[in-house]
Design a protein around this ligand. Structure first.
Ligand code: GCU
Length: 609
């Protein structure tokens, strides 16, 4: 085989490996060395650390050397080296780069990260380097050798490094490129900030030679008396006895994995305390094999629809929600700690929410674990957003991979009740095919949860029509509806009527309007708090006409940054649809929504006692 074909084959193998590698479940329960902290960095807009001057990738050259990932030192005073991590500034990991240096606020391109860590690898252990998320395309090198690459800005990925770690000082170098591209997921146009970099935790995880790689332990669909799931081992000792223990429920279940390390199970349960927002009960679940043991905290509940009803544990529920971006507005940027996440969910609780839409992409796994703990049901979604390249097979594969990784990561979180496959995607035959296939995939991956998407609607005269063909395949009718902001006026919208094609629960995925906190005027003055507040009051009248209304997530909990919002008085690159400002100030509409939810929770619960 000619050399250049060998290297192309090698590159494809690496890429395939990066895409095919399974992602360990419940990493936080493992024995991890955190690689968070300060990493030296180099901004590389011309990819000078990745390509030679003929635009040939250094890591595909004969020696595989020449890139910044060599992390070489100036030992000989005559040698030419045009980079030096040791003398470079540092970025905090986890954290987007945009919020850490003024010159990086709008930066789109590659940044190289480098850190050293001391380690003493053990003979009978396996090691993986795990990235909880990195936006968007990431290339990873350990001690100058390429581990692989990953595409996708919001889901975890990992590389096995058993046998590749040095005794002593190791060098890890990561190139992250957040350039937006038409054929990616998301595409080039989004209404959120393109935060780049190592935006979530990085771990070096130590594991037994044969370990529990994946598992699902949940109630069977619609069955409060049966737990089902699977266990998947990784390693050479694949056929093992496995015990699943739920001590507080006095439950132990024994099973045996097959020669591929896999086993499914189903067993009866009784007297479980079911998970709900009012009582978010989590059980300690222990999985033990002959070579491994881990604990998880898991809630047990069922979620289904029946006609126009959403049933949580068999009882009709109204989803009192709010939409949330994965951003701490007070120190603008991706959340850096659990405290940031608690702040966001506490604001949702203050609104008397029992439900949140984590828009428009997978949020940090810790957010889902907090929702489990705090009792908030979740709409989780992949960034199949607006004008995707519907006819590109690679784009579909990317969307499917991100959906698969999201469902795989969060399948044990009771809080997650809905997987959303997209948002406001313009109707066309290629879009219907792409989204239809993705919906089928979601149902196949997880038959225990509801599948949804923010559908398109259209208007004629004073009627709003919801007949998007995707509604046939979805469990809910969800759509974004900006009556009073993008069309009509707050005082006019209550005159409209609805024509919704499907006999399914209606859960509004977005509604709202903008207000600059502290700007007060009469209710017909755009951008005033009074305008936004009046819009919400009239929205409730309009939505009250929908007899299958079973929930909503007004857009949005708190103002968020967007390059699309340039008005220098009212926006300054902030989307002002928050009910709370980016300084934490609650607007009038915050209290109007809270009052609406207080009334709903009284009347709806009474009706369904
Ligand atoms: C759209 C979109 C949001 C966007 C919002 C807005 O519906 O889904 O991501 O921020 O409208 O225009 O503010």
């Amino acid at each position: 085989m000619q050399k250049k074909y060998f290297f192309l084959f090698f590159f494809l193998l690496l890429t395939a490996q990066a895409f095919s590698q399974s992602i360990i479940q419940n990493i936080s329960s493992r024995h991890n060395l955190s690689l968070n902290g300060k990493w030296n960095y180099i901004i590389d807009p011309y990819e000078n650390g990745f390509y030679d001057y003929r635009r040939q990738a250094f890591d595909q050259s004969e020696t595989g050397k020449g890139g910044f990932y060599d992390d070489v030192k100036q030992t000989n005073k005559g040698s030419l080296i045009e980079y030096d991590f040791d003398h470079d500034a540092t970025l905090d990991v986890p954290g987007d780069w945009n919020s850490q240096a003024p010159e990086l606020k709008f930066y789109e391109g590659s940044v190289w990260y480098r850190r050293h860590f001391n380690f003493e690898p053990k003979q009978n252990k396996r090691y993986i380097i795990y990235f909880a998320a990195a936006n968007y395309e990431t290339h990873v090198y350990l001690n100058g050798k390429k581990l692989g690459m990953h595409k996708g800005g919001f889901t975890p990925f990992q590389f096995e490094v058993t046998g590749k770690l040095k005794n002593g000082e190791n060098s890890i170098v990561v190139k992250v490129d957040n350039t937006r591209k038409q054929d990616e997921i998301p595409t080039i146009n989004t209404d959120w900030w393109n935060y780049g970099g190592l935006t979530a935790d990085v771990y070096l995880s130590e594991l037994p030679e044969t370990y529990i790689d994946n598992y699902k332990v949940q109630l069977a669909k619609g069955n409060l008396k049966e737990i089902e799931g699977f266990v998947q081992l990784s390693g050479n000792q694949k056929s093992q006895s496995v015990a699943i223990n739920i001590p507080e429920a006095k439950l132990t279940y024994q099973l045996k994995t097959d020669t591929s390390g896999y086993a499914t199970f189903k067993f009866p349960v009784k007297n479980l305390k079911y998970w709900s927002p009012e009582s978010p009960k989590l059980y300690q679940v222990t999985l033990q094999t002959e070579t491994d043991k881990l604990d998880d905290k898991i809630g047990f509940r069922t979620i289904e629809t029946r006609g126009k009803d959403v049933l949580l544990n068999g009882k009709s529920v109204f989803l009192r929600g709010i939409a949330i971006h994965n951003e701490n507005p007070l120190i603008p940027g991706r959340p850096r700690s659990e405290g940031d996440l608690r702040m966001l969910l506490n604001w949702a609780k203050e609104l008397n929410c029992n439900y949140v839409r984590l828009a428009h992409y997978p949020h940090n796994e810790k957010m889902l674990r907090l929702a489990d703990e705090m009792g908030l049901m979740v709409w989780a979604e992949v960034p199949v957003y607006w004008t995707i390249s519907w006819e590109n097979p690679a784009t579909y594969q990317n969307a499917q991979k991100q959906l698969t990784d999201l469902i795989d990561r969060d399948k044990n979180r009771a809080a997650v009740i809905i997987w959303s496959v997209g948002n406001e995607t313009p109707i066309s035959q290629p879009r219907n095919k792409f989204m239809g296939d993705l919906i089928d995939k979601a149902h196949e991956l997880d038959h225990t949860r509801l599948i949804s998407a923010a559908l398109e609607l259209h208007r004629k005269d004073s009627t709003i029509y919801v007949d998007d063909v995707l509604g046939e395949k979805l469990d809910l009718v969800s759509f974004n509806e900006y009556a009073g902001w993008y069309w009509s006026t707050p005082d006019e919208i209550s005159k409209y009527n609805w024509d919704i094609k499907y006999n399914k629960p209606v859960v509004i995925s977005e509604l709202g309007g903008s207000a600059l906190a502290g700007f007060h005027a009469d209710k017909s003055t755009r951008w005033s708090e009074e305008y936004q507040d009046n819009l919400f009051k009239n929205q409730f009248k309009l939505l009250g006409k929908i007899d299958g209304l079973r929930g909503m997530t007004p857009w949005i909990l708190v103002d968020f940054r967007s390059p699309r919002r340039a008005h220098s008085v009212y926006q300054n690159f902030w989307n002002r649809k928050g009910l709370i400002s980016n300084t934490g100030q609650k607007k009038l509409a915050f209290y109007t929504l809270k009052n609406y939810y207080d009334k709903i929770s009284e009347t709806f619960n009474q009706k369904n006692r």
